[in-house]
Every structure is written in structure tokens, then in C-alpha cells.
Design a protein around this ligand. Structure first.
Ligand SMILES: [Zn+2]
Length: 243
């Protein structure tokens, strides 16, 4: 079987291409088209990474202030996007924590975000493949690795590293994937500060590790088509900051 330079087999590329082309003819009402706020276009026609990030931060600001507009969630929009190819403008790799739902904390709607969630934003082949699908086939210009305050997965790893807790089943795989961030974080007697520093370190590490493990993402970054950002979300303030 022939293999593309990006490491995807021809069959794999075809499958991903078919996933991207779920087109069914559908007329889009003018008023809905006017509500779409696409990021500015790059010379290649796609949105620009920095504009995608600004759009996310603007939505998060609305959310943090309690002034969310919950865009693009009404019935007419749902029907409009159902029949055409999706065009999300950002990919968010976030934690599974139920309090950190990307579409809510960034105040976005249907079709805006490609989201992948694992405890502690841990990467594995399925996660990387999902992100590659977004970057390569949907031309997503921005990947945000989003950690968050009081992350239970990071806290559990700290407890295991300290010998204060044992984990069972496949949770141990998560702990192994977060352990390096905990070990690399300077010791701090203040447990709250240490957890926050470990959370930041984990998000940064996953943002670095993603292109290291993915030729597809790495090539998109080198071509200026995609940017990978590490960020954290504060449960209390609702604010997201770039690391
Ligand atoms: Zn978490």
C-alpha cells in the first residue's frame, strides 16, 4: 500500500477525505450566512491562526463576564450546517473535566470547534489522529491545548508520585502520561501553587509533544497554516490565559 509523505496510507487518506465530504445540497438562509463570523482569510483562503485565537478569547471574555451570547445554536443554524461540510475554525484538546466544556467556556456554537478531550489532555494515537484530521482535512488554523485549575488528573498524578495514592486499571496510563510534567515542575510546599504549576507544565508539554509525534501537524506549523497554543482555564474566574 502506498504511503503519503505525511505518513498516512492512501486508504487512510481516502477514509478521512470521505469523512470531510459529508456534503448534501442545502440552501442556507441569508440571515444565517450573515451571522457567520469567519476569521480573516490567509493568502491560501483559510482563516489565520491569530484571528482564530482572538475570536476564541473574545468568546471567553463574554463567558467570563457572564455575557455569553451562545451563538449559532438555534434550530435554523443547526439545520443550515447539517447539510454541508463542517468548517470549524479551531481545535481544542481539553481535559474531560465536566466544568471545562470548550464550546461553553469559549462561547461558540455548532460547527465552530473540533474538540478532543482526555483526562489531563493526554495524547495517544487516537487523539493525534483526530487532531490530524482537523488540521489536514478541515484546514483548522489553530490547536489549543487547554489545561485547567484544580485538574483531578494532574492532582492524582501528584499523589501517585508522592506515594500517597495508587491508581487502578487504565487510569494508570493517564498517570504515566502526566508524570513527566509533575517531575519536571519545581517543588513547592504550597500544594495549590504546585498543582497550578503542574497543570501549566502538562499543557505546555502536550503542545510541544503534539507536533513532535505528528508529522502532519508539524508540517502544517512549518507551512504557517496552523499554530498550537497551550492555555489554561481558571474554574473560578472563567478566564483562559495563554501560557
Ligand atoms: Zn482535568
Amino acid at each position: 500500500m502506498s504511503t503519503s509523505p505525511a505518513g498516512l496510507s492512501r486508504r487512510g487518506m481516502l477514509v478521512l477525505g470521505a469523512l470531510a465530504l459529508t456534503a448534501v445540497s442545502c440552501s442556507q438562509p441569508d440571515q444565517i450566512a450573515q451571522r457567520v463570523q469567519p476569521a480573516k482569510s490567509s493568502p491560501s483562503g483559510g482563516p489565520v491562526p491569530d484571528d482564530a485565537w482572538k475570536r476564541l478569547l473574545t468568546g471567553n471574555e463574554r463567558f467570563a463576564q457572564g455575557e455569553q451570547i451562545r451563538p449559532r445554536q438555534e434550530l435554523s443554524w443547526r439545520q443550515a450546517v447539517a447539510g454541508k461540510q463542517q468548517t470549524p475554525f479551531a481545535c481544542v484538546l481539553g481535559c474531560v473535566d465536566s466544568r471545562v466544556t470548550p464550546e461553553i467556556v469559549f462561547d461558540q456554537g455548532l460547527g465552530d470547534l473540533l474538540t478532543v478531550r482526555t483526562a489531563g489532555e493526554v495524547l495517544d494515537d487516537a487523539v493525534i489522529g483526530s487532531i490530524e484530521y482537523g488540521v489536514h482535512h478541515l484546514n483548522i488554523p489553530l490547536v489549543v491545548v487547554l489545561g485547567h485549575s484544580n485538574c483531578g488528573a494532574v492532582q492524582a498524578t501528584i499523589d501517585v508520585v508522592k506515594g500517597e495514592e495508587k491508581v487502578h486499571g487504565e487510569v494508570s496510563a493517564l498517570v504515566r502520561a502526566i508524570e513527566a510534567a509533575v517531575l519536571a515542575t519545581p517543588e513547592n510546599d504550597n500544594e495549590e501553587e504546585f498543582l497550578a504549576a503542574c497543570v501549566d507544565e502538562q499543557a505546555r508539554r502536550m503542545a510541544v509533544e503534539l507536533p513532535e509525534r505528528s508529522e502532519v501537524v508539524d508540517a502544517a506549523i512549518l507551512a504557517g497554516k496552523t499554530r498550537v497554543i497551550a492555555a489554561t482555564y481558571d474554574l473560578q474566574s472563567g478566564k483562559i490565559k495563554e501560557l
